[in-house]
Design a binder for this molecule. Structure first.
Ligand SMILES: *Cc1c(COP(=O)(O)O)cnc(C)c1O
Length: 422
């Protein structure tokens, strides 16, 4: 690690941004010890390791850098990172600098890449934590170069350059790359050690969109090479591209696949009857998170009785209604109002009435033998006396008109995570 001071070494004339202490935010997540309520998320670490093995097999010779942004897709980034590092993940990618620092503080030694690219001038914090920044702007390159100069740091700072090949989000645009590459020569303190891009439609019906973006990426690579910029690694593939065996390059950046969700590809693709190469792989993945709670109240209602806010449900028959202590503030989408299900005794019970902030009601009329404290599974599998069933992140996403990524991230900080080694 390079020994680095703080930003105070800059003269004000050279450095316009205010000098400040490292200020990484660490919002606290509910810990198992806080779990008075029976609502909890169980994270299956063996399933996580299993998914890493599946992903590594598919990646072939490419390194696997696990994407753990947004607290490891809601699974708790420190525990997930420690598990994956021990199981052979080659590196980690996060969106925010504070997420990267959190991994370092959790003892992670593998490379950590910050993909978001917003550093607020905290360049010293990045180098001090040996974090690899993704850059797309000359101002960022200048920031690192200035830091190196002011500290006589011997080695150039390694950065990964993001190329916008069709996402229109972050990255140097191809038409600006020539000018960018020319200016890069003014900053020998910074070395472009990696080149990346990101796919907009890796889960589209065909792989045409991936291939088109790769054409731009190859052109960018060639242009940079003409300017003497030769990155050691190039990377592009997210879970969807990886599972299709596309664009694995030197390293892959899977996120959702590690958590057991295969991006769904619309049927009828032109790859030859439905992704023959990725389908078995996708079904190999195992869901990592299971969210469960328990019934805290039970009541019998008459036909015509209302349930929940705004009486969005009215019983059409004498019914048994159970209350679960989980609502939209926990990540159970309000879109599940009168639509979703939970698993009780191994069978589906419909959510009735409005999902409220902290609680929801389910109709257990057709589930014989229900008692208080029975387990209710909101996400994941359950085996009970009446059967065996699973509620997947895909199913919840379909009800909520969203995607499984959002379903996982939505499980909020007040739901404690319990790590399981089954
Ligand atoms: C989120 C993200 C990934 C991982 O995407 P998945 O679809 O979850 O595999 C990879 N690269 C970048 C730049 C991302 O933002």
């Amino acid at each position: 690690m390079q020994a680095l001071g703080t930003l105070s070494v800059f003269s004000p004339a050279l450095h316009a941004e205010p000098v400040r202490e490292p200020r990484v935010m660490k919002p606290r997540r509910a810990a198992p010890a806080d779990a008075i309520r029976p609502t909890r998320a169980e994270v299956n670490l063996e399933a996580l390791r299993h998914n890493l093995r599946v992903v590594k097999r598919q990646a072939g010779s490419a390194e696997v850098w696990a994407v753990l942004k947004a607290d490891g897709y809601g699974h708790g980034a420190p525990a997930v990172a420690r598990t994956l590092e021990r199981a052979g993940a080659d590196g980690f990618c996060v969106a925010l600098l504070e997420e990267a620092v959190e991994l370092r503080e959790a003892g992670i030694r593998a490379p950590v890449l910050v993909m978001g690219g917003y550093y607020g001038g905290a360049y010293d914090e990045i180098l001090a934590n040996e974090i690899v920044p993704v850059v797309y702007d000359l101002a960022q390159i200048e920031g690192f170069a200035r830091l190196v100069r002011s500290q006589d740091a011997p080695a150039p700072v390694n950065v990964h350059l993001n190329i916008d090949t069709g996402m229109s989000r972050l990255g140097v645009r191809p038409r600006e790359l020539e000018a960018f590459a020319t200016r890069l020569k003014d900053f020998p303190e910074v070395r472009v050690s990696g080149l990346m891009t990101h796919f907009a439609s890796a889960d589209a019906r065909t792989t045409d969109e991936i291939r088109e973006q790769m054409v731009h990426f190859e052109a960018a690579t060639a242009l940079l090479a003409r300017h003497g910029v030769n990155p050691t690694v190039r990377h592009a593939a997210n879970s969807a591209a990886l599972l299709r065996g596309e664009a694995c390059l030197d390293l892959v950046r899977p996120g959702i696949a590690l958590f057991g969700v295969a991006p769904r590809v619309p049927d009828g693709d032109a790859d030859g009857g439905g992704l023959p190469s990725s389908r078995p792989l996708a079904s190999d993945l195992k869901a990592v998170m299971r969210v469960r709670t328990e019934l805290v109240a039970l009541r019998d209602v008459e036909a015509g009785d209302a349930v929940g806010y705004s009486a969005l449900f009215r019983a059409s028959r004498p019914s048994r209604i159970a209350t679960i202590p989980m609502g939209y503030a926990d990540g159970l989408s309000r879109h599940l109002t009168n639509r979703g299900h939970v698993l009780i005794r191994g069978r589906r019970a419909p959510i009735v009435g409005a999902v409220s902030m902290d609680m929801s009601m389910v109709d257990v009329t057709d589930i014989p033998g229900v008692t208080l404290r029975d387990e209710a599974v909101v996400l994941g599998g359950q085996e009970g006396p009446l059967g065996k069933d699973t509620i997947s992140a895909d199913e919840l996403a379909a009800h909520g008109e969203t995607i499984p990524w959002e379903v996982l991230c939505a499980i909020s900080r007040r739901v404690p995570r319990f790590y399981r080694e089954p």
